[in-house]
Write a protein that binds this ligand. Structure first.
Ligand code: BGC
Length: 386
């Protein structure tokens, strides 16, 4: 043993080599760009792979075939020091036991469908109920809990991982065999780009999203209340006590939901506001300005102490801004860090919650023969001066 190694270094090295471990902390070294794959265990007798994508600037993400989960995402700060900016766990087993959707792909329907029911072509479909009386994030076993088929790819744009999954007719109550493809690319422009594709053999509803909890100061390094956020949305969709949209489009002006200019996430989060109380903080769909179907910048987040910045770009009409209100210190995350309330924020690009029951919302119906297509990109950069 190297006598200069401290006891904590020895423990850290031992931890990194334990079987079943899927994340590693510490300063990342610039390695060759590309994709590597390793097996990290099994779920229901099927092998689960962990893919490591590294781009030309040394940014690195680890993504599992289980749930399409982004396990880690390492990006530099203004001094060039890398840290992991997404919440998650150290082992596959922890993800399987229980997770608030850390880093997962969400489907067949992101966010809630009221009472887990909707009518399509005159037929009522009853979905798996898993959130009060509602269906949340695809039901009891959504796309976040299935094993995807993975294939690594090297593209002109950067290393990529293609994930495919066939969701059978009737799965979680949804009609139609839905064939889904998601491509994660860690581009050489320092974006985690997510391209979604789907087709169905029977009319159905689809709303796919991604559920990373970000903390630009590094996961586990405190709450996200001082992050500065802007969202290009003049309206949001208020909710009822079950977090189902009422159908109203409410102007953000004069409310704590106005992020048209830059504001810290925490500045108004505890205000005496009916909607903030119903959401336990921010847990609302923002109606994005601009044209659906065109990739446009819809949000910017800045963390002052590290200078890390993230832009969100999407083709979607909406985005759920969720402030980790239900994290309560019960979960121990990577490296033994305890995740307290509001230690992460999510910006989940999407169609609006409960659209199948809201005729005035943009439609989430995918007809037989049509192609579902959606793109979202989380782009990282730094601000040099504090
Ligand atoms: C929802 C929250 C929910 C969370 C689950 C978010 O997308 O809007 O209400 O608690 O996901 O972790």
């Amino acid at each position: 043993m190297n006598p200069k190694m401290s006891a904590s270094t020895v423990i850290l090295i031992a931890m990194l080599t334990l079987p079943g471990m899927i994340s590693a902390k510490g300063k990342s070294r610039l390695k060759g760009a590309g994709v590597t794959r390793e097996n990290v265990g099994t779920v229901d007798g099927r092998g689960v792979d962990l893919y490591t994508l590294t781009n030309v600037h040394g940014l690195e993400t680890k993504i599992m075939s289980y749930g399409g989960i982004v396990v880690s995402l390492r990006v530099p700060d203004r001094r060039g020091a890398f840290d992991d900016v997404v919440l998650g766990f150290d082992t596959l087993d922890t993800y399987v036991e229980s997770t608030p959707y850390f880093g997962a792909l969400i489907g067949r329907y992101g966010n809630r469908i009221g009472k887990g029911r909707f009518i399509l072509n005159g037929v009522e479909y009853k979905l798996a109920i898993n959130n009060g009386e509602n269906s949340l994030h695809g039901g009891v076993k959504g796309f976040d809990k299935v094993i995807w088929n993975g294939r690594s790819r090297k593209t002109m744009n950067g290393p990529a991982l293609e994930l495919t999954y066939l969701s059978r007719d009737g799965e979680e109550g949804y009609p139609g065999n839905l064939s889904v493809k998601v491509i994660y690319t860690l581009t050489n422009h320092d974006e985690l780009k997510i391209d979604y594709f789907a087709t169905t053999d029977k009319d159905t509803v689809v709303n796919l999203t991604h559920h990373s909890y970000f903390n630009l100061a590094g996961e586990g390094n405190g709450d996200i209340l001082n992050h500065r956020l802007s969202i290009a949305a003049n309206y949001f969709t208020p909710v009822d006590a079950g977090s189902i949209p009422t159908g109203e489009f409410r102007n953000v002006k004069g409310t704590p939901f106005d992020f048209m200019g830059q504001a810290t996430i925490g500045a108004r989060i505890n205000q005496d506001d009916e909607q903030l109380k119903l959401g336990n903080g921010y847990d609302h769909n923002f109606v994005l300005n601009g044209k659906t179907g065109q990739l446009q910048q819809v949000a910017t987040v800045l963390e002052d102490t590290t200078g890390r910045m993230m832009e969100v770009w999407t083709t979607e009409p909406g985005m759920q801004f969720y402030t980790g209100n239900f994290l309560d210190g019960a979960l121990t995350g990577k490296g033994g860090k305890v995740y307290q309330r509001r230690f992460g924020f999510c910006l989940e690009t999407q169609h609006y919650p409960d659209s199948p029951n809201k005729p005035n919302f943009p439609s989430t119906v995918l007809r037989k023969g049509q192609r579902y297509r959606s793109t979202t990109s989380y782009r990282f950069m730094v601000r040099k001066t504090a």
